[in-house]
Structure formats: C-alpha cells, structure tokens
Design a protein. Structure first.
Length: 375
C-alpha cells in the first residue's frame, strides 16, 4: 500500500504546521456556531446547571482527544485513508474515509446555513441566501486550495481578531447579569445534566480533524498535550459563555431563545456608547468562525476524496464540493427544518466519527501492537 503524504505541487513547499498553529486552527474550527445555541440546548435538559453539562462534555472530549491523537501518532506522516487501511483493511479505509467526507460536507452546509441566517437577521435582511453562500464558499475554497500551511498562518492572525472582541464583550456583560439564576448548583437530576452534556458534546464538532492532520505536523511528539490544551481552553470558554448567558436570561426564559448568545451580545450596553451596535462588532467573530469551519471542511474532505479516488489534485475536488455544500445548505425551507434534519444527520454521523471510529481504531491498533510485542 502506498502511503499518502500530500506532496503534490498544489500545496506550498513546506506543507507543515507547528503544534501552536494546530491549536489556533482547532480553536477557530471548533469554537464557533456550536456555542450560539449551546446555552439553550443544555438549559432545556439541566436548567441552571447547563454549564456543568458543558464541563462534563469537555471532560469526555479530552478523553476522545487522547484516543485520536494516539492513533495519529502511531502512524506519523500517514494519511487517514492509509491509517484506516493499515488497521482495518483498504475497503474499510475507503468506506470510513467517505463517511468522514460526508460528515464534513454536512458540517460545512450546516454552518453555512446558520451563518446566512444570522447575517440576514442581524445585518442584511434582504440579501438572498445565494449571495451569502457564494461569497463565503469562494473565500473558504480559496484558502483551502492554498494548503494547510497557508491556513495555519492565517489562523494565527485571525485567532486574535476572534478572542479580543469576545473577551471584551463578555467582560462588559458581567455588569448586568444575575448570578442568582445559577443557584442552586447541581439542583437538576444527574441524568438531566448527562443529557445536557450529550447535547454539549456536539458543540465540539470538528475535533475529528485530529485523525486527519497527521501528515501535516512538523513535530507530532507532543500532539496529545497541545491538543488537550486547546480543548480545555475551548471548553472553559464554552462553559463561561453558557453560565453567563443562563445567568442573564434565566433558565426558564433562555429555552425560548433560538440563539441566546447572539441575543445577549446584542443587548449589552457598552460604556460611553463606544459602538452603536456591538452586534456588528461580534459579527466579526461569526464571520471568521464560519470561514474557518467551512475552510477546514473543504480542505479535509477534498483530501479524503482524492485519497479514495487516487487521482487529480485536491483543488479539483474542492470545486466539485462547492455546489454540493451550497445546495445542501439551501435545501431546508425553515430554521426548524435546519435543526431537525441537519442536527439529526450531524449527530448520527458525529457519534460515528467522534466516538465509534476513533475507539475502534484505537482498540484494534492497540491489540495488534500487543500481539506483535508478545510474538
């Protein structure tokens, strides 16, 4: 079996990223639209203890991060298609690669549609979806076609653009929230908190790229440590945002908000009227988040398709994926359908790509290594 290490001329000459750059990419690709509805979802199950469910989900994601990075480090500089082929056989390698590709395409379509909905509601109410779709897809596709090194360098800059306004706005929001809405702590039944943590788990969608990034790491030795640091940071941000949003609206009211985080940020009063509409400021975060997620989905799904087909450049597949993602994003008529169908599909595929496949690869690879050691 020929290992795929992605050295074709469509990438930059180096085509390697550092672990610090990987952390920036993970933050931008995971921490985004998942958090917009997260407080409502966890509050529906656990009430004021929703933030506890987010922390539990973070703990489980840390475990899965260790599993994924262990598998990646067992086969350094090897593509995901070849990793699965070595562990489970080539036919399953192709099948599972296509499963991951489908998951990424749906994730990109879901984020694209949510981005378009938020854009229409907050800034451009009369702009057709098609204009938003095409604009974002073209920008994301251009970044994906440039390769991972270019993506990583852009991420190092964009993460500052994301974090500074986010920290500023949520720091200001602390003046007007009622922390009594979070009391008493652990009042919800534990099974309700677990249900909330299961819902929060999918806010980390995109973590499975840790299985795909192996060929691009310059020094993968400390991959587990660096990835865990990124996940802990993301989890803390999500838990704080969830707690602040629940405290501001109250657990009973927040369940009626479609995007409670956006609502809260739009109602924050900045001192001295520094900015007329802080919603416009925070839209910077959503634009970058949408770009990062769709960019990553296009990049990795095109590589997966290229590995399975074994022909052409990854940029060819990016061009083919653009209309597919746009059509899937445009298909649901109403937001209720978006959450009903996309959530069902993404959760089903998410369980497979974020839990089942990594655990199977980890278990089979470990058993085989133990067998070789005893032999």
């Amino acid at each position: 079996m020929t290992e795929t290490i992605y050295k074709d001329d469509s990438f930059s000459l180096n085509n390697k990223i550092s672990l610090r750059q990987l952390q920036a990419l993970l933050f931008l690709e995971i921490f985004g639209f998942g958090v917009t509805a997260l407080p409502r979802r966890v509050a529906e199950h656990a009430g004021q203890d929703g933030w506890v469910g987010v922390l539990l989900a973070t703990g489980f994601i840390i475990i899965m991060t260790a599993v994924m990075t262990h598998v990646t480090k067992l086969f350094p500089q090897t593509s995901f298609y070849d990793i699965v082929g070595k562990i489970l056989g080539r036919p399953l390698g192709a099948l599972i690669s296509l499963l991951f590709c489908l998951r990424l395409v749906l994730l990109a379509a879901f984020n694209l549609r949510i981005f378009a909905e938020i854009t229409r509601q907050t800034m451009l109410p009369t702009t057709p979806f098609a204009v938003v779709f095409v604009s974002m897809l073209m920008i994301a596709a251009y970044g994906a076609a440039k390769g991972i090194e270019s993506r990583a360098r852009v991420a190092e800059v964009l993460i500052l653009v994301v974090l500074l306004p986010l920290i500023f706005v949520f720091g200001i929001s602390g003046r007007d929230i009622d922390f009594s809405n979070l009391m008493p702590v652990m009042a919800a039944p534990f099974e309700s908190i677990l249900a909330g943590s299961f819902s929060a788990f999918f806010a980390f969608s995109g973590i499975e790229v840790l299985l795909l990034v192996g060929p691009f790491l310059a020094r993968p030795k400390h991959l587990t440590k660096s990835s865990t640091q990124a996940i802990v940071t993301i989890g803390i941000f999500m838990a704080v945002i969830t707690a602040v949003t629940i405290a501001r609206f109250g657990p009973a009211n927040i369940v009626h908000q479609m995007w409670p985080v956006l609502k809260m940020m739009d109602t924050i009063s900045l001192p001295g009227s520094i900015i007329d509409r802080q919603g416009a400021l925070i839209m910077t975060f959503w634009i970058i988040s949408a770009y990062a997620t769709i960019n990553a989905a296009l990049f990795f799904s095109s590589l997966l398709l290229k590995d399975v087909v074994t022909r052409g450049k990854h940029s060819w597949y990016i061009l083919g994926l653009i209309p597919i993602i746009a059509l899937v994003a445009h298909w649901p008529t109403h937001m209720a359908d978006v959450y009903t169908y996309f959530n069902l599909a993404n959760r089903t595929l998410g369980v497979a790509t974020m839990i089942v496949v990594p655990l199977v690869l980890f278990a089979v690879a470990s058993i085989r290594r133990m067998g070789r050691g005893q032999a």
